[in-house]
Design a protein around this ligand. Structure first.
Ligand code: NAD
Length: 485
């Protein structure tokens, strides 16, 4: 007698717009394929925001998510402005879902796409970068968003990408950053990538600057295998890749953490087609298929994915991928769902069938090395002031505040050095960075010296809006120079 397979509890949220239509369709296909799951439903998105929960999720839902550890999530509409936080970002960060994994595959000749034979996976860092959402307005003219990057965060995602490549038999990992400009933050990601790549000599590793990398993904996506990148770049790249392969309606994604995982479509709530019964449920279905692999139901995942491939191959297409040239029938969400269910047990003939049984799981928990504390010395401070006027006047007035071991060495505006020796063509805003360093080179500076400097700046009727301390770490500067310095 075969042992009864366990039923796995999962949390399901239908979401907004087309979310309910595609979620119900996906659950119907999962059930017909024999998925051994027990869905527990929660509300997320617009209705929850409107009930006054600024995060788009009720606190009672966290208990279900933390208990089941598996979340199948429909797309949601994030209201613009009004202090609402992105639910997606909140869930990823609260549950520690550090890796966003998006396979991008073309299905030529059955789905029109800009490029054929594409089979790449974008591994996006999911917790850091500008998505920390720490933003401030500091003057009449200037607003800032902090880009936070950590060494463990870089190492975890880079190791994940190499492990993913190794266990899935992939040959190459490409890292994309903008470290020619952001030498400290993106530079760290690139440096960690180079370090980790050495541990995987059988996997080809290369680095590209994000702008040319994105252009190449659009033009020659077949050059890529696994791509690993920071949060914002990964967000943009994965939509480019989804478009290149046919439709955003075809992309599924997994958000993976040490404890929990969340599965979803790459697209949003598509309010323009909501309620019309024409949405393509494929992105959500492919997300759900990754979920089945994750919860140990590779047999069901294989059966469902192959039935879906056969449906696509038979030309039964929703409007977003319909084309007179390759499609045989234009269908709505329900008819497409029925067509997949009808084909359960069949394999595609021309497209390559999948087989997840005995394959790799998505959940790899990379061991991250401990960051050794460095010798840290405070050697100066950048005092940002809100002020209107000419940089030479500012230089003259602020350098009059030199003393107590500190002196003004540079003023920059939006990162460009404007004092000393600025040029009149540089357009300045009302937000100035005044860099003070130790008068005696090499002498460390105390917090008290800095506080008394800020007091002098304030008493001289400047408005200090922020400070950044300048540190040497093991003798190396932990700060960038002003452009032109
Ligand atoms: P979108 O992805 O919702 O839609 C872009 C275009 O693709 C639209 O023309 C839409 O009709 C089409 N499309 C998307 N999914 C489709 C599908 N399954 N079948 C057929 N056509 C499909 O992007 P948007 O319009 O920029 O965003 C709408 C809302 O979704 C916004 O509030 C945004 O914040 C949110 N959003 C949510 C998620 C998420 O929940 N993971 C992701 C992206 C955007």
């Amino acid at each position: 007698m075969t042992e009864a397979q366990p039923i796995v509890p999962i949390v399901v949220a239908e979401g907004d717009g087309i979310g309910p239509e595609i979620t119900r369709a996906t659950l119907k296909m999962l059930e017909a394929a024999g998925a051994r799951i027990a869905p527990e439903f929660i509300d997320i998105g617009e209705q929850v925001y409107l009930r006054g929960h600024s995060s788009g999720i009720e606190s009672s839902s966290w208990e279900k998510l933390r208990r089941t550890k598996v979340f199948l999530k429909g797309p949601i509409t994030t209201p613009q402005g009004g202090g609402y936080k992105s639910l997606n970002v909140t869930v990823r960060k609260m549950l520690g879902l550090f890796a966003n994994v998006r396979p991008c595959v073309s299905y030529t000749p059955y789905v029109d796409s800009l490029q054929s034979n594409v089979d790449m996976v974008i591994v996006r860092e999911n917790e850091e970068d500008l998505y920390a959402g720490i933003e401030h307005r500091q003057s009449d003219e200037v607003y800032q968003c902090l880009k936070l990057i950590s060494r463990p965060g870089c190492e975890r995602i880079v190791r994940y990408a190499f492990e993913y490549a190794r266990v899935n038999g992939r040959k190459k990992v490409t890292c994309m950053t903008k470290d020619n400009i952001m030498k400290i933050t993106d530079g760290l990601f690139h440096q960690v990538f180079d370090e980790v790549a050495k541990e995987y000599p059988s996997i080809e590793a290369n680095h590209m600057i994000i702008d040319i990398g994105a252009a190449r993904i659009a033009r020659r996506p077949t050059d890529f295998d696994v791509v690993v990148t920071l949060n914002l770049y990964g967000d943009i790249l994965s939509d480019i890749a989804a478009e290149v392969t046919g439709s955003v309606g075809l992309g599924g994604s997994a958000n993976v953490g040490e404890q929990c995982a969340m599965f979803e479509a790459v697209h949003g709530s598509a309010p323009d087609i909501a309620g019309k019964g024409i949405a393509n449920p494929s992105g959500m279905l492919l997300g759900a298929i990754s979920m089945l692999v994750h919860i140990g139901q590779a047999d069901v995942a294989t059966k469902l994915h192959n039935a879906w491939l056969k449906t696509i191959e038979d030309g039964i297409h929703t409007g977003d991928i319909f084309s007179d040239r390759v499609s045989t029938k234009r269908v709505g969400t329900e008819e497409f769902t029925a067509a997949v269910i009808e084909r359960l047990g069949q394999n595609p003939v021309k497209l390559t069938p999948v087989n997840y049984v005995g394959g790799a799981s998505l959940t790899m928990i990379p061991q991250v090395s401990e960051t050794k504390p460095a010798k840290k010395e405070r050697v100066g401070v950048d005092v940002f002031v809100h002020w209107r006027g000419d940089p030479n006047d500012l230089g003259e007035q602020i350098s009059a505040l030199n003393g107590d071991g500190l002196k003004l060495t540079m003023i920059s505006n939006r990162g460009i050095k404007v004092w000393p020796d600025g040029i009149p063509e540089t357009r300045c805003t009302d937000h100035w960075r005044c860099r003070f360093e130790a008068i005696t080179p090499g002498k460390t500076v105390t917090v008290m010296q800095i506080l008394s400097l800020i007091l002098r700046v304030g008493n001289a009727r400047f408005d200090p809006v922020k400070t950044e301390h300048l540190f040497l770490f093991d003798g190396k500067p932990g700060f960038s120079l002003g452009q032109g310095q």
